[in-house]
Write a protein that binds this ligand. Sequence first.
Ligand code: IPM
Ligand code: MG
Length: 372
Amino acid sequence: MTKHKIAWLPGDGIGNDVMEAARIVLSKLELDAEYLHGDIGWDFWCKEGDPLPARTIELFDKTDCALFGAITSKPKEEAQQELIPELQNKNLDYYSPIVRLRQELQLRTNLRPCKAFAGNPLNFRDDIDLVVFRENTEGMYSGVEFHPVPQDVMDTLTAHHPKMKRFAGVLPDEIAISLRIITQEAAQNIIADAFEYAKKHGYGSVTIAEKPNVIRETSGMMIREARKVAAGYPDIELWETNIDAMAMWLIKNPQNYGVIVTSNLFGDIISDLCAQLVGGLGFAASGNIGDDYAVFEPTHGSAPKYAGQYKVNPMAMLISTKLMLEYLQEDEMAVKLERAISQVILEGKVRTYDMGGSSSTLDVAKEVASKI
Ligand code: IPM
Ligand code: MG
């Protein structure tokens, strides 16, 4: 029997290209695994009205974790228009499958390492080593939204909050509400994960980046919990920074920061910023990690115009693969893979277009494999 069972979810667009790259290095590493293909992505939305079909959800019970490529996401109206005629007017709503995965599988922690590899011409500086811990299931991504806003929702909010008064009388269709929900449990978990990581990997500080001076309740909850958790780690300093200032400091002195922890939408934004400091989305890897399951994915999109051209940088996918190996407790393989990636970047002979080269996605993967 094989040791690991991995759900293999290429998705669409360049998802397929980069997953092929991952397969090349996994074969070279001889990971003892069975790969079970799962349908996910835009095609399944258009043809079945569900980008994350039930059969794919079932696959998660049969596997230890998933490796995922990329998916196209489009706004509501466009998504409607691309449904096959039989599915039009059925009141189907497009909802991002990756966000659904995070919530349905309770993958509460989004881990996004952004480390500058020596020799990467795209680095902002060479001494950057950031890791973003993004709360992954709540906050602005809770999905509790209203438009039009039902009158009784307006009435209840008005009865409970004086600041609602100025919206009284706005027509239901002319107001939209998205709720930022943060539970104490989720706040505690993400912060505890950040501190544990800092301890394990020898970081001297954890920075919580929120906005408690304005978003008093939800950001306030995050800060309170951070202080409580920090009390249990006397050797690690807790730095508190407002998210807007954080963006500025990260451009000014990125080398001063290590582990950063924040809520869902702030983490989405700040992790793109961090990724750009170390080479852009071509280097942005992530792990969506819960208590029983995890999904690893590059954080870039599906770049449909490059699909099937094997042009894009597979590094983000290869680093995500490394995170997956760590999750599977294949630490030796993870180290080998990271070393091979570093070596290829340092030598700079085989590079995709974003790094100024002309090699293909698969050339890069083969070069990495050759160093393993
Ligand atoms: C990310 C992406 C997703 C997000 C999109 C594709 C829904 O931007 O993983 O950062 O917003 O979380
Ligand atoms: Mg994002």
